[in-house]
Design a protein around this ligand. Structure first.
Ligand code: 9GP
Length: 833
């Protein structure tokens, strides 16, 4: 059935039952009929697959209902284009959102299967690097929960984010072959394929009316094949769709070679075509600049746009109403080529005149920027673009020409201004600035936290802000409370539920009702008990993964995020060294566990060195009897969504210590505060809004502001000068330099010390004294358990602003102009008949 077909009464669905006997039957049936196993011989993984197949039947049922309703209601749809989706495990999230977690656990128990044991076997779907990919997953879940007609589009990478192993203290990358056991959650759609062309040349035809039409010919074609992942909204509401594209060769064999007996050569081209969707680039906040990356971007963008236009036409809407019926969000600069591709499809395939096509395109697109770091903003050499996407290069030239003409008219004579605005950078060997294409081709551009948006307007896009100030808006990020509270922290969820009504799960604003309980002794005590259990759960996992034993009655101080100089893991590491030295000097220090987790891009040597140094320092600290269990330092390997759900609920102190002006928003900061960790952080990204929400007395803010950082940079003070006023800091850096903590990596430690003293562009030493003071302040508060619990509970109760549901509503109202179309939850009788 296609998207347009009106529901036929003969095709009415009879909903599958969701009670324990019905589920038991479905699971057993799936085990035998789909997995193909005798229950007597089934392994835990067989059961995992069986239960997943049984649940997916129920999800797809809701998807059909949702799709039919959207078709009936003539809705405007939102399309979210993202190179990354960091989804994590799907079984538990799907069960919870379908409202059948407990009953399924019961059904499994009746079958003699332990839910927890099998759930642990599921691979994380790690099709993303970090915050940006996780945000995309949260947005999809929220669109489904709130009933927005939202569709995600991305790439079905055969290999996701690499698996991080720590060997001899160092990060070693292993491939993430996440599909090797098959994936019950996906629906392959071999009938949904679109051709995507690369290379070739453009043939111009001069029409009698004076217009020129273009044909892009020859080159190579690859097929994009759809795989659908239904995304369930909370409490069995809407089920939306995430469509991921896999590359398939247009033909399996090159018969020329096959007939000559060269079998291997005959399939070589096939393999090459299919490498496009083979692997996720593991880079976070840096552009890669590889031809394959450009091909990946164009591949998924082209397939998605063809699909979007196809759906629009099948619904029998006129093509010129595309922007009335659809909104497309570009998640960061990666899919920016969509602007040129949309123009190509409208001009060449649908024969729409340029001006009209351009109006449609601009009204259709909006663009989220996620970073100010120049190295993350993609620019492609013109020569490469001309070779790989010759038609698009022509379109980009014309977009640029018309844009520059427009500004020339408005700002006559400002030649330098035009050069800066141009899509083509003439100064660095002629490159296409993709962020400029995205801004020019969108009706709205947003940053992801108030500070970030304001810096975007003042720095990166200052010139564009002068041209179109109304185009720039802020939408502060958020996180889904369904995963990051209800699933991750059942203890705290239960505690909240015992105090206030449960509607906060849909409307986090209601969590404010929990605020008075922050001063209630019994609630504080219950909160401490929950934290303690969460710490025990984490301690068990730490032991399993690293062999390190940690106490569960001490402060858990965590820095969990990608490893990057600007995020300043070295600042935290220096604090570990300070504590170590103080304990050795006989001082009384608050006992704590410091936990780091995060991956380094495989080609980012400094980040990898930082991991090695953390591990070596940790090794000395953890084996020094003088520490007497007062300080443990853990590097938790292979940080991913599923481990985040165990670490975050156990944390007391959340390290958000990036150099001010560099972290666009952060979302880990939100997850941790929502789980009752107090933030120690700079005035960077969303930390500022978190401070405003939780109150300055419930957060530890330190360090230079973004403006002070700029001023400090301008002064050019050598980093090492900050040791002069801080003898302790001097002895810490010298210990590092002299290899006190090294275990075979002496020269590495010396190099890190040299970097801190001479080079560090992120001001670790300049901010250290303020940071150390803020840590001491946190320690003092922690010693007063009542004061700490009160502050932690106030953090929880005041995090409503950071719900992803609020974020999505702001996009819907201020950018997409779409309204929710909630599908009602099925009536309870449907479960029993
Ligand atoms: O670095 C930002 C991070 O601060 C933000 O929270 C996240 C989601 O908006 O996006 C990250 N940006 C990137 O990963 C690359 O642009």
């Amino acid at each position: 059935m296609t998207e347009t077909t009106p529901p036929n009464p003969r095709h009415r669905l009879s909903p599958l039952t969701c009670d324990a006997p019905g589920l038991r039957q479905s699971i057993r049936d799936a085990l035998v009929r789909v997995v193909g196993k005798d229950p007597d011989l089934a392994t835990p993984r067989d059961w995992l697959h069986a239960v997943s197949f049984a649940i997916r039947e129920r999800i797809i049922e809701r998807r059909v209902v949702t799709r039919r309703q959207f078709a009936d209601e003539d809705v405007k749809r939102v399309y979210y284009l993202s190179m990354e989706y960091l989804i994590g495990r799907m079984l538990e999230a799907n069960l919870r959102n379908m409202g059948i977690l407990e009953v399924t656990q019961q059904a499994l128990q009746d079958l003699g299967v332990d839910f927890r044991e099998i759930a642990r076997l599921e691979e994380d779907a790690a099709l993303g690097n970090g915050g940006l990919g996780r945000l995309a997953a949260c947005i999809l879940e929220s669109m489904a929960t709130q009933g927005y007609p939202g569709y995600g589009y991305g790439i079905r990478y055969e290999y996701g984010m690499f698996q991080q192993h720590i060997e001899h203290f160092r990060q070693v990358e292993h491939p993430d072959n996440w599909l090797r056991f098959g994936n019950p959650w996906e629906f392959p759609r071999p009938e949904k394929t679109f051709p995507v062309r690369f290379y070739g040349y453009v043939v111009e035809h001069h029409q009698p009316d004076g217009e020129t039409s273009c044909n892009w010919e020859n080159g190579e074609e690859v097929l994009a094949m759809a795989y659908d992942y239904p995304t369930a909204g909370y409490e069995r509401r809407n089920v939306n769709n995430l469509r991921l594209w896999a590359a398939k060769a247009t033909r399996d064999f090159d018969l020329r070679y096959f007939n000559e007996g060269d079998y291997i050569r005959a399939v070589a081209d096939k393999n090459e075509s299919e490498t496009i969707s083979m692997v996720l680039y593991p880079n976070d906040a840096t552009a890669i600049g590889k031809e394959l990356r450009l091909k990946q971007e164009y591949f998924f963008v082209s397939a998605s746009l063809q699909d979007i236009i196809d759906r629009h036409l099948q619904l029998e809407y006129p093509i010129d109403e595309l922007a009335d019926k659809a909104a497309i969000q570009l998640n960061d600069t990666h899919p920016a080529i969509a602007v040129a591709e949309c123009m190509r499809l409208l001009l060449d395939e649908h024969r729409i005149p340029w001006d009209q096509a351009w109006t449609i395109t601009r009204n259709l697109f909006s663009y989220t920027n996620h970073t100010l770091m120049p190295e993350a903003l993609e620019t492609w050499p013109v020569a490469l673009m001309e070779r790989v996407l010759p038609r698009h290069m022509g379109i980009i030239y014309r977009i640029n020409h018309e844009f520059i003409e427009e500004v020339r008219h408005r700002f006559p004579g400002e030649h330098e201004f035009f050069r800066r605005l141009s899509i083509i950078d003439e100064d660095h060997g002629r490159r296409v600035r993709m962020a400029h294409l995205a801004v020019i081709g969108s009706h709205r551009v947003n940053g992801v936290a108030a500070l970030h948006t304001s810096l975007l307007k003042q720095t990166l896009f200052a010139d564009f802000n002068r041209v179109w100030p109304e185009r720039f808006v802020n939408v502060t990020n958020g996180v889904t409370p369904r995963l990051w509270m209800i699933q991750a922290n059942p203890g705290l969820t239960e505690l909240i539920e015992s105090r206030i009504s449960s509607d906060w799960k849909f409307d986090l604003d209601r969590l404010k009702q929990f605020e008075p309980y922050a001063s209630d002794d019994a609630t504080r005590e219950a909160f401490r008990a929950v934290k303690r259990r969460n710490k025990e759960r984490l301690a068990a996992l730490v032991h399993k993964r690293t062999g390190i034993t940690i106490r569960s009655d001490v402060m858990y101080d965590v820095q969990i995020k990608r490893i990057h100089e600007y995020k300043r893991q070295l600042l935290k590491l220096l604090h570990v060294i300070e504590l170590y030295q103080r304990i050795r000097d006989g001082e009384d220090v608050l006992p704590r566990v410091v936990l780091f987790a995060g991956k380094a891009a495989p080609g980012y040597q400094r980040a990898k060195d930082i991991i090695a140094v953390i591990n070596e320092v940790a090794d000395i600290v953890n084996h020094d009897p003088a520490m007497g269990d007062r300080l443990k330092c853990v590097f938790f390997p292979n940080y991913e969504v599923s481990s985040a759900t165990i670490i975050i609920p156990a944390a007391d102190l959340s390290e958000q210590i990036s150099t001010a002006g560099f972290e666009a928003s952060g979302t880990g900061n939100m997850k941790l505060a929502l789980n009752g960790a107090l933030t120690i952080g700079t005035l960077d990204g969303a930390n500022i809004e978190i401070r405003d929400a939780v109150g300055t007395e419930n957060i530890f803010i330190f360090g230079m502001t973004a403006d002070e950082i700029s001023a400090h940079r301008a002064q050019g003070i050598p980093p090492g000068a900050h040791l002069d006023s801080h003898p302790r800091l001097r002895s810490m850096v010298e210990a590092l330099r002299d290899g006190f903590f090294s275990n075979g990596g002496r020269h590495l430690h010396a190099e890190i010390a040299r970097y801190l003293l001479e080079e560090d562009p992120f001001f670790v030493l300049a901010d250290y004294a303020a940071y150390s003071d803020a840590c001491a302040q946190a320690d003092r508060m922690y010693q007063d358990a009542e004061a700490w619990s009160e502050a932690a509970l106030l953090n929880v109760a005041r995090m409503s602003h950071f719900s992803i549901d609020r974020t999505v509503r702001e996009y819907a109202q201020n950018i997409w102009n779409v309204v929710p179309e909630p599908v009602l939850p099925p009536c309870p009788e449907a479960d029993t008949n």
